[in-house]
Design a protein around this ligand. Sequence first.
Ligand code: F6R
Length: 622
Amino acid sequence: MCGIVGYTGNEQAAPILLDGLKRLEYRGYDSAGLAVRDGGALAEVVKATGKLQHLADKTDQGRALPGMCGIGHTRWATHGGPSMVNAHPHVSGNCSGSGSGTVESDVVGVHNGIIENFSELKEKLLRHGYVFYSDTDTEVVVKLVDYYYKKYKIGPVDAITRTMVRVRGSYALALMFKDYPNEIFAARKDSPLIIGTAENASFLASDVPAILKYTRSVYYIDNLQVARVSPGSVKFYDLNGDEVTLPLTEITWDAAAAEKSGYEHFMLKEIHEQPAAVRDTLNSIIKDGDIVLTETGLTDEVIRSLSQIDIVACGSAWHVGMAAQYVIEDLAKLPVRVELASEFRYRSAPMPENTLVIVISQSGETADSLAALRVAKERGALTLAVVNVIGSTIAREADHVLYTLAGPEIAVATTKAYSAQLAAMDALAVRMALARGQISREEYGHLIEELGTIPDKIRRILEDKERLQWFSSKIANAHDIFFIGRGLDYAISLEGSLKMKEISYIHSEAYAAGELKHGTISLIERGTLVVGVLTQSGLYEKTVSNMMECKSRGAYLMGVTTNGNFDVEDSVNFAVYVPRTDEHFVSSLAVVPLQLLGYYTSVSRGLDVDKPRNLAKSVTVE
Ligand code: F6R
């Protein structure tokens, strides 16, 4: 939620900042702003509401804002609605109107996160004569830094650490001080922030793609640390103001991976990257025909000692957990609970000794998942993070990490990261089954072979996407869509339904097929689309019966099933087939047509597929 960038070096800052913001626009897109310094005391602040393009137009693509040091922000509103006045940057001094223009403020800043005690701090600052022009918590932080800076006549680092002690909540902050014209000061707690360096230039950003074009050498600033960023060099400080050393990490992601490469949308590109994402993830776990989890700390001995697994995640990552639950329980015969991260901490469900808590997260920064991880650790559980973004907070705080290798995912709606997570969890399930003596070596070898076929089978599904494109255009005006399935097919229905609603804005629900008749079937009327997922042979007939119950009440039916089940066409109006594979893993295939259905429906409705309204990629607020 919200993206921040910063640049100081020997080139014009504004075009670099705009370029970085463009790559972070998935994090928020209700307004954006820049503040640039041209060596002197003044900072030029420009803001615009709506898409980033408005800011680019307003600044002549950045050319109208001279200066080699600056900060930028793209906003996803939390405190204060989307408006010019609430857009960042915010300034410590008084200003009128929208807060745009040339300012001589001592402190100018941008922020990602939420300051929980901002009202109390605002009261204090009002008593000291500060005037507020926005409704944001950010303006309060910027003014509080200014207050300490002036009151104690201390340098920026100490003013920031004093502020950090005083505020509660989460933040990634980038601040410029009038007295330090070529430097940016940054601080972080529970919101992502990286700092990159190159020759004579330094960058800061909420996420890697924003700076990948300029440098691959990055520092992951830790919680409760401050950075002093100068052209080509960075110094870090702890809360006491003592200098600390951080390791420099080399990013291996390919810069091209963060570009659209000719696809109309990032989402379509990422759907097509799924064979590679799954293959790379599996290849990192499967070595010489063996699933090797040693790096994750899950030795066979540890696996044998486990009494229970709790999978905790949000949104699509939670759907991966739902699918993994069926696979782990069936193969490894180990009890699995799947919890929404946002609810996990409100339950005091007993956690037996030797519980493994697996937190699944693409970004590794989701606030609810991070909070759940911390609760799990407090309760003494062993924790494993299945995470895509290297060095992210969840990856760093969990006892062990299993990285998915999906590469940067830009579209707000996840596709390739979801598939990579699913593959990683399936591989985990297979190793657990072997370690717990639930499958023979031969079955183990066979399952690994089957896993290895998934990338190519996904590729084959993608070759036949035109039928889905055609069908999507037919259903683009639907009001309600129901996705139903049983067992693993229910888990996939959950993801299909989310993909549909989040990018097409068509109301959709996923139901365990057997559950429809307990209430929801009353919503079915003439023409309501019901999508049945039918990949589990033992459940196929039962789900088809549930679909027929809907059809007899006027529903229009689509079925997703495996090759060979051609009799489905006797029941449904539109059938999609995926290649056959071991039924434990078929969800990796069945989800692909559902992703395409959501994608093409959104395109048919003329919507902004990559940046659906009200959403942000990385949800760093609770
Ligand atoms: C939906 C989607 C979200 C995320 C959820 C968790 O397409 O992307 O539901 O899955 O916000 O995000 P991560 O995986 O970053 O923790």
